[in-house]
Each structure stands twice: as structure tokens, then as C-alpha cells.
Design a protein around this ligand. Structure first.
Ligand code: CAA
Length: 261
């Protein structure tokens, strides 16, 4: 397996890849080299047929405290524009398999945006979400303004982006930013995220990918287009062995044995 400097990868379950951001001294600030490694590890997992889902986490203190401010501070407009600074972050949203963010501690700026790019967010009670870029004289650049507006609505997104206020795990749950806050205790949120990933990995990979694709379409298409897209993808699944197996298993009162075909 590839050796990384800023992330750790492991297989807590045969079907699950766990990626841990590992720049503790900088609270997992998302430098360009870190992001390159993250993209590489995620793309490898996405291509690996034995992997059903990925989990992304940080440390107890910080999921990630944002883009690397020290790396950014002297950049000029011409650099960031010509080199499409942060454009490669969006690769995460092109992956076919689900990614679950397990967030403890700070998820600020790019850290919050990274969590929002994942498919499911589970939060530890210690999680703190925020877009503090306004305090640095800038605005979110990793999709935060758009994804927050879609997720929590205009007033809350405006408050977060314009004041930089940090939102607690409980508030984030109430606002629908995270699917749930899990129990206290070190590692609890990661264990729970791995359990969710394992559960997803036990399904038909084709159906899971289709499910991810259609839910994501809700953020891009009109309702009529989205409903039509969903139905067409649903129809397409009748061409898979997994549909035959899943429905036969139900009728025969046995557990389905999906072959991802
Ligand atoms: N970039 C670079 N280094 C960072 C960092 C960041 N985003 N966040 C923390 N660090 C570094 C600190 O500089 C410090 O390094 P040194 O020990 O070398 O001084 C180390 O991590 C530990 O941080 P603190 O001493 O500040 O720890 P703390 O517990 O006192 O405070 C914190 C924690 C409130 C999260 C604070 O570190 C902080 O405010 N960090 C910056 C948060 C931020 O503004 N994020 C947005 C970045 S911009 C962005 O993300 C743009 C975008 O949209 C993509």
C-alpha cells in the first residue's frame, strides 16, 4: 500500500477504507500536499472492487481547522487564478462510492466544507462547525457558501459566513447539517461511521452507487427532471443480477447474496 505523509489509511473492516487526516501539529490544516494524498487515497478506494464505502475522519481535537492559512497568506490573485487553487478539492464529489465523515472537534473553513462534500456526516458531541474565513478577510472557497445555503437555508448560512460563528454538534444536528450526533467517548464517532459504512458495503454496490447518484441529482436538477432521472435509474436496475437476487431472497425468506453485478 502507498505510504502517505499527511494521512493514515486502514481497513477497519474488509469492505471499508478508513482515512484519517494526520497533521496533528497544524490541527489537520488542509495543505495542498495533504489534499493530493487525500484525493489519491479516495480514488484508490473508489476503484477497489472489495471496498464498499469510505470513512473520513480527523483527530479528537480537529477534523480539520481549514485550508492551510500559512500556505495561502502570500499568494497573489494571479497564482490562485491561473493554478485554479482549490479546484482539485471537488474531486471528492466525483467519487462513486459513499464517503462518511466522522467529525470530532474543529471542522472550520475548508474542514467544514470537506465534511459537507461527504455523503453522510456523523458528529461527536465535541464537533464544532464554522466558516471563519470572514475573519481572514476572505470568504469560503471550497463550496461552503453554496452547500450551507442548500443544507441549512439562507439565514443560517448567512450568519455562519458573515459572522464566522461556530455551530455546536447539537445545533448542526437540529439544522440538518449532520445526520446525527453519536455518543461521547474517544473513537465513538469513528466506530459508528465504520458500522454505517460496513452496513452500506453489505448492499449491492450498483444499487448504492445509483442511490448516491439520484440523491445528489436533487441538488442539481429541477424536481420534474430529478423524478424522471430517479425513475429511469430505478428502471435500469432491473437489468442487474442484484435486483433479481435481492427480490428472490425476499420472496424465499433468506438473506440476499449480492454479487455487485
Ligand atoms: N492553517 C494553518 N495552520 C493552522 C490552521 C490553519 N487553518 N489552524 C491551526 N493551525 C496551526 C496553528 O497555527 C498552530 O500552529 P503553531 O503551533 O505552529 O503555532 C497549530 O495549528 C495549533 O493551533 P492553535 O494554537 O491556534 O490551537 P488552538 O487550540 O489555540 O485554536 C483554532 C484552535 C480555534 C481551531 C485555531 O487554530 C484557529 O482559529 N484556526 C484557524 C481556523 C480558520 O480560520 N480556518 C479557516 C481557514 S481559511 C479556509 O479554510 C479557506 C477555504 O474556504 C478553503
Amino acid at each position: 500500500t502507498t505510504q502517505y505523509n499527511y494521512i493514515l489509511t486502514s481497513r477497519p473492516e474488509p469492505s471499508v477504507v478508513l482515512i484519517t487526516l494526520n497533521r496533528p501539529k497544524a490541527l489537520n490544516a488542509l495543505s495542498s500536499p495533504l489534499f493530493q494524498e487525500l484525493n489519491q487515497a479516495l480514488e484508490e478506494a473508489d476503484k477497489d472492487d472489495t471496498v464498499g464505502a469510505m470513512v473520513l475522519t480527523g483527530s479528537e481535537k480537529a477534523f480539520a481547522a481549514g485550508a492551510d492559512i500559512k500556505e495561502m497568506k502570500d499568494k497573489q490573485f494571479a497564482d490562485v487564478y491561473k493554478n485554479k487553487f482549490l479546484e482539485d478539492w471537488a474531486k471528492i464529489t466525483q467519487l462513486r462510492k459513499p464517503i462518511i465523515a466522522a467529525v470530532s472537534g474543529y471542522a472550520l473553513g475548508g474542514g467544514c466544507e470537506l465534511a459537507l462534500m461527504c455523503d453522510i456526516i456523523l458528529a461527536s458531541p465535541t464537533a464544532k462547525f464554522g466558516q471563519p474565513e470572514i475573519n481572514l478577510g476572505v470568504i469560503p472557497g471550497g463550496g461552503g457558501s453554496q452547500r450551507l445555503a442548500l443544507t441549512v437555508g439562507k439565514s443560517r448560512a448567512m450568519e455562519m459566513v458573515l459572522t464566522g460563528r461556530t455551530v455546536s454538534a447539537q445545533e448542526a444536528e437540529k439544522w440538518g447539517m449532520v445526520s446525527r450526533v453519536v455518543g461521547e467517548g474517544e473513537g465513538e464517532v469513528v466506530r459508528e461511521a465504520v458500522a454505517v459504512a460496513k452496513e452500506i458495503a453489505s448492499k449491492s454496490q450498483i444499487a448504492v452507487q445509483a442511490g448516491k447518484e439520484v440523491v445528489n441529482a436533487a441538488y442539481e436538477l429541477t424536481l420534474a427532471e430529478g423524478l424522471r432521472f430517479e425513475r429511469r435509474i430505478f428502471h435500469g436496475l432491473f437489468a442487474t443480477n442484484d435486483q433479481k437476487e435481492g427480490m428472490a431472497a425476499f420472496a424465499e425468506k433468506r438473506k440476499a447474496n449480492f454479487t455487485h453485478s
